[in-house]
Every structure is written in structure tokens, then in C-alpha cells.
Design a protein around this ligand. Sequence first.
Ligand code: GUN
Length: 296
Amino acid sequence: MVAQVIDGKAFAAKVRAQVADKVAKLKEEHGITPGLAVVLVGEDPASQVYVRSKGKQTVEVGMNSYEHKLDAETSEQDLLALIDKLNNDPAVHGILVQLPLPKHLNEDLVINAINPAKDVDGFHISNVGLLATGQKAMVPCTPLGCLMMLRDHHGSLSGMDAVVIGRSNIVGKPMAQLLLGDSCTVTIAHSRTRNLPEVVRRADIVVAAVGRPEMVPGDWIKEGATVIDVGINRVERDGKTRLVGDVDYASASERAGAITPVPGGVGPMTIACLLANTLTACCRANGLPEPEGLTA
Ligand code: GUN
């Protein structure tokens, strides 16, 4: 079997177009413009690239973008004061503090200072708890993007066997909760899992989110399974830097029914879902119906 390629770039463009359409209606019918504040502390080059990209795409869908760049020595007190200001600013519907933070800042403390209703990353403990108990939450962007692609490909996921490889708070754990919410039978596998190849071979859906280049070979994949590769790993090959996933694409695409490539799979969906979450937060804040198809 040669796998169908799930085109995350095209899917993300579709999501952004849906968001832009709903933003235009919000402005026209209610005079409301959703606003996203992004806070960057320090000069981490990768973070600067992400933040620039987020700001650009926020403006492209018609939302207001507020960027707060603080220097690397910013005190916890000053960062918390900024978050408090954004929590109380009615023009700001979503707040994202770019991670990682410099070492002297306590990430848990900072994230949990964000108003959960504005926590468009879905990292606040309230949102984690709401998701785990099947209540209305803000859902982390990358797993939400994976869920959207899976629903689009399969329709219903009910009863499917899903294996999530990786147990991070940002991807693995919320991904498992979302799949459970869609009635999959879910296994979370990780570095200590025994017989990982056997565990993965049972799965109708494999979500790989470990951050290890090409660690999942094609012969672990059940014929016809759907493979969602969250990994974005930089490797040196033939003297060039290339991006590869956590799955060995060449061999996996010969067995899978459908697979996301790297780059161009899950990656572009993350910011698209951040915009979707900002729209959702704005609708909720104003007592308006949530945008259909853009939430969990
Ligand atoms: N750094 C890398 N990915 C993310 C993300 O999704 N959200 C935040 N806040 N920081 C990140």
C-alpha cells in the first residue's frame, strides 16, 4: 500500500480561511476584533522565528496582534505584572507566553498566572483539568491540529486503536485525552514502554511525538494505519541540514493508509489552531456561539 499524504499545509490554509471568514463576520455583525498577545522573553532564535510567524498570521486573518518582547533578564515580578495587565485588557482575548522561558523564571507559575479563558495554548492547569474531565477547555494547539486532520480523514474515530508515542504535557498527554474524547482505545507509549514495536503494530492511529529523528520504522506500522508525525527534527545529511519527523517516512509511507509528511504535515497546523483558539476565546468572552469545526 502506498499511503495517502495528508497535506497539513493545505489543511492549515483552509483552517486560516475559515478563521478569517468568521473574524470578518465578528467585526461586521458585532464590531468585535479578536486580539492575540504574544509574550517573548529573551532572544532565543527559534522562538523569535515562531513569534514573528504567529504575529504575521494573526494579522493576515484580520485579528489584532500585540507583541511584547522583554529582555532576557526580566524579573518574574515584571512578567507577572504584564500578564496581569493582559488578563484585564478587554481587547486581548488570547495570551501566549512563548516557551522555553529563561532559566530564572518559573514556567508553571507564569503559565498558571494567565486567565484560563485567555490561555490559547491550553497549558493552564484549569484547562488541563477541564480537558481531562471532558469539559469545555482551551485545547493545546498541536494536538488540536492532529485531531482536526484525523477527523477530516476518518470522519468518526470511534472504536479505533490509537497509540500516542510520547507523554509530554504539550502534545502526548493532551493528544491522548482528545483521542479518548473521540472514543478511541488509547495507549500512551514512551521511552520505558516494553515491546514498543508490538504496541505500535496494534494501532489504527499512530501519533508520534517524541522528538527523536526517524525512530519509528515502517515495519512497526500496521498495514493501512494512519500516521501523524509531530516530530520536527533537524539532522545533518549529505552536508545539508534537513527536517525529518519521528517516523521514517520512506518506509512508513509504504505501509500506512495515510501519513503526514515533515515538513508540511502537523507543523503548519499549530499556528492555524492558535488562531482558531483565539477566535474561540473571543466568542466565549462575548457570549457568542463557538466557531463550528474549529474546536475539540
Ligand atoms: N514553544 C514551542 N512551541 C510552543 C507552543 O506551542 N506554545 C508556546 N507557548 N511556546 C512554545
